[in-house]
Design a protein around this ligand. Sequence first.
Ligand SMILES: Cc1cc2nc3c(=O)[nH]c(=O)nc-3n(C[C@H](O)[C@H](O)[C@H](O)COP(=O)(O)O)c2cc1C
Length: 157
Amino acid sequence: MSFDTLELRNALGSFATGVCVITTSDGCEPMGMTVNSFAAVSLEPALVLWSLQNNSECFPVFENAKKYVVNVLSVEQQDLSNHYASKGKHLLAAEHYRVGKSGMPILRQCVSSFECNIWARHPSGDHVVLLGEVTDMETNPNKEPLLFSSGQYCRLA
Ligand SMILES: Cc1cc2nc3c(=O)[nH]c(=O)nc-3n(C[C@H](O)[C@H](O)[C@H](O)COP(=O)(O)O)c2cc1C
């Protein structure tokens, strides 16, 4: 290989993304974890994915969760992104969420939310890829998405 892990990480970080918080209360207290690995996979059936690092303190919860929600953050929610990306700060604050149709916690004031049932788990190197089937969704077209690129938050021009 002509690159090391840090070079790969920095190069992959040049792929600009949105920012999400994955939430669940399946078998646990309501919890959240910030991710930017979210991607659309299929329309029929409605499938989405994200990847969970094996060494996360959230790993046991999200690896086993049968239901979870992908919450797409708005530019006003950078503080939430930082909070739920911090070790020891993954318990959801009561004022940050309401309960969705699936019984799982949905963050308030998001751009969109996708309630999911686990479809498949694929162990993949130092992450596990989690595929979910979307059972319910909400969108708020008036909200502007928070973006992340090369380790920095940004917004649409
Ligand atoms: C913008 C952003 C994107 C992230 N994306 C992911 C991701 O896709 N998968 C993942 O497992 N962790 C991701 N993380 C890290 C997690 O938020 C994680 O909670 C953090 O590293 C703290 O470690 P802990 O999970 O052991 O508490 C991301 C963090 C940030 C700030």
